[in-house]
Write a protein that binds this ligand. Structure first.
Ligand code: SAH
Length: 241
């Protein structure tokens, strides 16, 4: 079993469960994969199930994906905390509850093909990879796209495809998609993403600048059905000139 060594400061911040269990005598202690898994189960119970996410497949996916593999080593102690985390390049990995909420709002079937705009760490893409047949994810920051692709490959997510680019334009070569999720906030609904939705497809997107709302749109034969769900705070969707 692989052991991860955590600094004490990280533990104090994260309220590390392993502190009472193991110490290596020089001010540090170790945390096993089994302990990280226990923290992950606790995260799902206390942050996600307790707040009303019910889809059993989404809950199982959140229990399965090793979130700690998607955060920088300095953030290991807080990987399962109830908040977003910095992943470098001024970007963040979303709070676990928001990942679960958006995944549930996508109403996914196991056979679906999904587009994500804003790969970031790759964590949301991995959760989607547990839930559907194929995931196509686009990231505008080259370094993040490369890092996420490498973590996803190491973890064996061969159904998750990462591309560097401006996701405002979607990924037309693989359209239509059964669902599209945007994890950075545009100030309007990107029309290319609507165009790349299958009939019956769902688009989950945070829209706005200072005040952002999470919208759930469904493409019907007659046009778009739109629901505004909850206030959120995402990094802005940037554009490539
Ligand atoms: N889903 C991510 C978190 C997203 S943070 C995760 O699970 O970790 C938002 C990400 O969107 C950032 O990495 C940012 O660089 C990226 N982004 C912003 N504008 C974008 C665009 N136009 N196309 C693709 N990615 C974009």
């Amino acid at each position: 079993m692989s052991l991860l060594t955590l600094g004490v400061a990280a533990c104090l911040v994260g309220g590390c469960l392993a502190c009472a269990a193991a110490s290596n005598g020089d001010g540090q202690h170790t945390q096993s994969e089994a302990e990280l898994e226990a923290r992950r189960r606790q995260m799902v119970d206390s942050q996600i199930r307790a707040r009303g996410v019910r889809d059993p497949r989404v809950l199982a996916a959140l229990e399965q994906v090793p979130r700690h593999r998607f955060v920088p080593p300095s953030e290991l102690g807080t990987a399962y905390g109830d908040h977003p985390l910095a992943i470098g390049q001024g970007q963040t990995i979303s709070q676990p509850y928001i990942v679960a909420y958006m995944s549930e709002a996508l109403a996914l079937d196991a056979t679906d093909r999904v587009l994500e705009v804003g790969t970031g760490s790759g964590y949301q893409a991995a959760v989607l990879g547990e839930l559907v047949a194929e995931v196509y994810t686009v990231e505008i920051v080259a370094e993040l796209a490369q890092r996420a692709a490498s973590v996803l490959r190491d973890l064996g997510y061969s159904n998750v495809h990462v591309r560097e680019g401006d996701g405002y334009a979607g990924w037309p070569e693989h359209a239509p998609f059964d669902a599209v999720i945007v994890t950075a906030a545009p100030d309007h609904i990107p029309q290319p993403l609507v165009d790349q939705l299958a009939i019956g497809g769902r688009l989950v997107v945070p829209v706005g600048t200072n005040d952002q709302y999470l919208l759930v749109l469904t493409r019907t034969v007659d046009g778009l059905r739109e629901e505004s769900r909850l206030p959120v705070r995402f990094v802005p969707l940037t554009r490539r000139k």
